[in-house]
Design a protein around this ligand. Sequence first.
Ligand code: HEM
Length: 479
Amino acid sequence: MATPADSPLARPEQIQGNILRPFGGGHQAFLALSFANDQAGARRWLAGVTARVTGTIDVPPRAPRGETRLVPGHTLLNVGLTAPGLVVLHPETAGRLAAYEAFWAGPLGPRLDEANRLTTTPALLGDTGGSDPLHWVVGGVGPSVDALLTIAAGDEQTIADAVRRELADATGAGLKELYTQFGVVHRDEADGHRIEHFGFADGISQPAVQGFPDPGAHFGSPVIAAGEFILGCPGERRPPTWKQRPVPARWMQGGSFQVFRRLVQDVPGWWNRMAELAAPGQTPQEAAARALGRRLDGKPLARPDAKPGEENDFTFADDPDGEKTPFYAHIRKMNPRDDEVFRDRGRKMLRRGLPFGPVYDSEHPDNEPRGIAFNSYLSSIEDQYEFIQRSWAQAPGFPTSSLVAYGRSAAEEPPRIDGLDPVLGDKHEDAARRLPAAVVNKIPKPAYGGFVTTTGAVYAFAPSLPALHRLAGSESLDS
Ligand code: HEM
């Protein structure tokens, strides 16, 4: 289907890079900045930085299933602005922004749950105990993050220089540096694929965007309407029971919401647990593959014979009882692959995160912080990121809670308890506090988490390039 001329997708050069086309690059940095309530300084800074922002078509395209390679000295830049930051720049945006409930409240703010009871974003998402915002290094209590820069480069020197330049520029305009997080892609020593800290191949499954072919995407990815990622484009069909999304203001069209989370991984804890879970004759790596749904080398349990390029070409349709891929496995919880139904098509995100911290060496244990700088782009923080974190990862009945997808009805079979996501779910004690004992007693032993701690979060909006120019000016955005 041709892209309508008035769709933001018809002008990809105006959409910021890293959304439709990933920055890649091997090294990235996330700079959290405060405007210190200085509107003039913030606008001056934004006018300058906008000239350096990378548009989608200036991001070098990836090779098939490959990564973007950047030569020394070449950097890519994306600017995200939070709700408090947008209000400092243009207070008249507040009325419109308040309709985007999660974005407006931010990762710390007050929220209503399904029963309309007052709660907070951390309580909704399970950011409690060790993940409590009191311990966060970015986005927690203290001055609010107003802008989040994402910088990418191909080597350490280039990223360090770029961060230094951007910080000098920002502080010169009166902004304050709140936190800088460097990230680095780690690779498997044998075949060079990207790995995260537990050792699994990462960067495999992404939705493809209708109307924007990406040669770097893996074969088998579902093609999802651009409106699920870019405001102002048509999205997927939605059941009438879903809450209506706000109509984006003109200046928000061509932009995308951004969810950044700093997630610390307890690598020795994970592997001790996997050793405990391994059945007689099974290795900890095999137990880990069941927890994730893929082997360490990225091969899906659903299709262990997948050849290179086929690692994303499978569904769970022939596994209605979770025998091959347990229902609780991270990739099954996060993407049940019922791509014909709204339930899945309306929950996709473009994942652009990368690891931070050094690889853990069990021969020389250390306490260095390490984990994933999770970074994703989407058009609804509540329907996409928050929903899958709350209602899929942490919900013991998901995915079989929607049995119809498997051709059965609830009357035929009582709801099953699948468990929590071993990567993102609660540990046993926390689950026992939150859930009825009758449910906790049925959760399979491997279906608990507790090895990933939230240590920071920022909800931002990455506007189109023309919108960044307008936000840097003084003319009202209501016009
Ligand atoms: C430290 C935390 C995390 C780790 C170690 C982790 C690890 C992984 C790995 C190894 C994969 C398989 C590779 C791939 O398909 O690209 C994956 C897939 C995925 N993860 Fe995570 N992840 C983490 C956090 C999250 C979070 C916070 C979310 C969102 C709430 C998330 C959502 C997904 C999704 C949607 C997929 C793709 C599933 C598919 O389509 O098959 N992950 N993750």
